[in-house]
Design a protein around this ligand. Structure first.
Ligand SMILES: [Zn+2]
Length: 107
């Protein structure tokens, strides 16, 4: 969190999976626009996506980058975090490949 804004409830957080657009409820920071989706809400979206056959490998979620004082921030979606078993203190290698940013977890 940037610490500058307040989190207000919103119901227009847009996630795109493949060609489908999902609208979710959550909270958004008034200062930086960072969006927080509660777990049960993202699980609900994932369930729908699975039913539509959209949820497989690779997991592809669309999220907005946000700005903090020190740079650009990307939050790893909870579902990807879980499926990789991330603890949050891993070292990563970040590779730029054209318009893609590849994050490899080391060790
Ligand atoms: Zn913020």
């Amino acid at each position: 969190m940037c610490g500058k804004g307040v989190l207000v409830p919103v119901d227009d957080i847009v996630s795109e999976i493949e060609t489908y657009t999902f609208v979710e409820r959550g909270r958004r920071c008034t200062a930086c626009g960072e969006e927080f989706i509660p777990d049960e809400e993202s699980q609900r979206m994932i369930k729908v996506a699975r039913r539509l056959g959209l949820w497989g490998e690779p997991l592809r979620l669309h999220r907005k980058l946000s700005r903090s004082g020190r740079g650009t921030v990307l939050r790893i979606p909870t579902d990807i975090e879980r499926s990789l078993g991330l603890r949050g203190d891993e070292e990563v290698t970040i590779t730029k490949a054209g318009r893609k940013i590849v994050v490899e977890i080391r060790g």
